[in-house]
Design a protein around this ligand. Structure first.
Ligand code: SF4
Ligand code: SF4
Length: 274
């Protein structure tokens, strides 16, 4: 379905129905929107000014990691004769980057055909800000502001749908899209600190009172380069947040977690029952 047909059908330009239909059309697993204006956070405005100063919205696309690949993530001392973590994880991440970039490119084309300047940013390799070891735009922070999940103690996005098993990218557009708000009030991080305990590089620390996370990116990268990828914090969080049924089983939201989210939805819609 093209954009104009979609707009006519839903009679609500760029609302939630448009987002959902477009997500399906471009084949993304998750899609969220953050509308931006001059009052938006400086971190978002920096990227807008740098890449598309006339942008009115930032779209985040997410693609799910294959749970079978996640199941194979192990500590190096557990490799034995089996595959190393990076043997399958690294090619899978490359594949996910290609797929999410393609969906992003398709969305940019779709919006451009309707007359809205748009730019699909790459899922990997966005330039740093001059003089800083900080990416021009944090996709994770945009995704959280777009109501797609919560940033956990490991600094990754935790989504209600897939936990940490999501690969993100962003698009900037002049189209006046509406922000997608989260309807449940749940903090997806359970603050169990399992990610802190499992990190073999001690790159994740328990956050202080005024911090949300404390991660040493250099330690993490050094370790991953040395042992050929890692992902242990992502995997353990899948268990901690109920996105794994049991060890070695499929990584899917547990029934407990689904019930928790449903209850929160219900409470949001109907309020506390007497
Ligand atoms: S493992 Fe626990 S503390 Fe770490 S991000 Fe996940 S839920 Fe939060
Ligand atoms: S990927 Fe591995 S080394 Fe990096 S923070 Fe997570 S657990 Fe630590």
């Amino acid at each position: 379905m093209d954009l104009l047909t979609s707009l006519k059908m839903h009679n609500q330009p760029f609302g939630g129905a448009w987002v959902e239909q477009t997500r399906l059309d471009i084949g993304a697993d998750l899609m969220g929107v953050l509308a931006v204006d001059e009052h938006s956070h400086d971190d978002f405005l920096y990227a807008i000014k740098t890449f598309l100063p006339t942008a009115k919205a930032c779209v985040v696309l997410g693609m799910e990691y294959d749970s079978e690949i996640m199941n194979l993530i192990k500590r190096p001392d557990k490799y034995g004769a089996g595959p190393k973590t990076g043997d399958l994880l690294s090619p899978h991440v490359n594949q996910l980057n290609r797929v999410v970039d393609q969906a992003n490119y398709d969305l940019a084309r779709l919006l451009k055909k309707q007359g809205f300047r748009s730019i699909a940013l790459p899922s990997r390799g966005l330039p740093f800000r001059p003089g800083q070891m900080k990416a021009s735009l944090s996709y994770t922070h945009v995704a959280e502001a777009a109501g797609m999940g919560t940033i956990g103690t490991h600094s990754l996005l935790i989504t209600p749908e897939y936990g940490t098993r999501v690969r993100l990218t962003c698009l900037l557009t002049e189209a006046p899209l509406q922000t997608t708000n989260r309807i449940d009030p749940i903090d997806d991080c359970t603050h169990c600190l399992d990610c802190v305990k499992i990190c073999p590089a001690q790159a994740i620390s328990a956050p202080g009172t005024s911090e949300r996370y404390k991660v040493d990116g250099f330690r993490c990268k050094f370790y991953r380069d040395r042992v050929d990828n890692c992902g242990l914090c992502q995997k353990v969080c899948s268990y901690a947040t109920g996105h794994s049924e049991n060890q070695g089983g499929p990584l899917v939201a547990s029934s407990n977690f689904v019930e928790l989210v449903s209850a929160a939805h219900h409470q949001q819609q109907f309020g506390e029952e007497e």
